[in-house]
Design a protein around this ligand. Sequence first.
Ligand SMILES: CC(=O)N[C@H]1[C@@H](OP(=O)(O)OP(=O)(O)OC[C@H]2O[C@@H](n3ccc(=O)[nH]c3=O)[C@H](O)[C@@H]2O)O[C@H](CO)[C@@H](O)[C@@H]1O
Ligand SMILES: C=C(OP(=O)(O)O)C(=O)O
Length: 448
Amino acid sequence: MTIVSVLEQPMAKDRHTYSITGGVPLEGSITASGAKNAVTKQLVAGLLTDQPCVLHKVPRIVEVDLVLGMLAELGTEVTWLGEHSVRVHTPEVRETSLSAMYSGVNRIPILMMGPLLHRRGETIVPLPGGCTIGKRPIDFHLEGLRQMGADIAEHPTSVKVHVDRLAGAHIDLPFPSVGATENLLLAAVRAFGTTVISNAAVEPEIVDLILMLQKMGALITIDTDRTITVEGVRELRGVEHTTIADRIEIASFAAAAIATDGRIEVRGARQEHLVTYLNTLRHIGGDFAETRDGLEFWRARPLTATDVETGVHPGFMTDWQQPLTVLLTQATGTSVVHETIYEDRFGYTEQLSAMGASVELTTRCLGAVACRFHGRDFQHTAKISGPRRLHGADLVIPDLRAGFGYVLAALVADGTSTITGTRYLERGYEQPVAKLAAVGAHITTQSV
Ligand SMILES: CC(=O)N[C@H]1[C@@H](OP(=O)(O)OP(=O)(O)OC[C@H]2O[C@@H](n3ccc(=O)[nH]c3=O)[C@H](O)[C@@H]2O)O[C@H](CO)[C@@H](O)[C@@H]1O
Ligand SMILES: C=C(OP(=O)(O)O)C(=O)O
């Protein structure tokens, strides 16, 4: 198998550099895109049937293009039916394995194992990549599939799997991993017998995947204690499904409204997906109201420091952490952000400090929870003192959500910032420049 270098991977180059002049309150309306972290898994779910599946509200982002490229390689016919609707149809799985080009690109190839095992009984999938925010092992995924009878060989850049037929099992996840829960769901829906996943993750994106699978004919129950029970069925049918709005994009623009002392309506935003985030915004001094089409966000009083701990749903989502940390640089007092999901998700704060922010990192668990990183050498808690004036800078984005954090830092900073590494941001945010410009941001792009 040829290993393609990182530089040749499909998302390796920036398309644009951004230039942002800060100090402008953002005001206006935007429409939320469909959630990257739901739609990419739903595209994979389409592989479970030989009938056509149509997904609506599909964001036009690099991540979706990557997944569609992977599916096409396996034999899926991909047809865009409109700007945000796509039909995926795999009457026959022509290739059982994905090429090494997709090694390290994103989290999705490993989720294809279950569907490919159901369709062809064997597969080789490249190891996943995604944002560099921790080690991100896949041991829970592989252990769960082994419990379901899969024969797995781990190679340096790929995993080879074989099974006659996956069989139901009782799988107790050591931690409520989003990806492992989704992987086991996709494996269990067509397995022989019943699968019980305890300590499962129940993020809204997972529930949306379950809703799609249920429409396809799957039998899935979610209990209040995080147990998901799947009664395997022989066949699944085609489906038409509309993906939920992206609660990370919504939270990002909410933080931008409050940080710049503006007012932004996000059409399509749903309160029930943001309950914990909305409480946190209120503690800081932001507020929200429901509008006819979504939610509107603004600053209600001078911003004050607050403490936040990221956690599994319904806790404070780790992907909300970066715009929030930037917002907290503008709040009076010392805030603590304890990151309990990823061990290495604060590297981006170094460039914030260079802009004038006061962010101190510690390996200690400062919060109610002694998390999995307790007593280990991971700088996973940030103390942020504010308010601090930020100054425009040349910023290099290290990962997707840090990318929006930097955009926000540039929006509140004095002067002009240039931002490179925008390929990371554009992996997950649809038309970020157009949306920012629509709410009045002084943003321009240069092609690279
Ligand atoms: C494409 C996608 O949907 N990405 C999201 C998904 O990532 P992803 O599904 O990769 O995240 P997980 O929930 O699996 O990871 C949570 C934690 O569990 C650990 N872990 C996970 C699996 C495993 O086999 N072993 C293990 O130790 C991870 O290293 C991490 O510390 O959920 C994360 C948590 O909400 C989000 O930040 C990501 O945006
Ligand atoms: C971490 C993220 O994505 P991924 O899991 O695809 O790296 C994210 O969406 O913030």
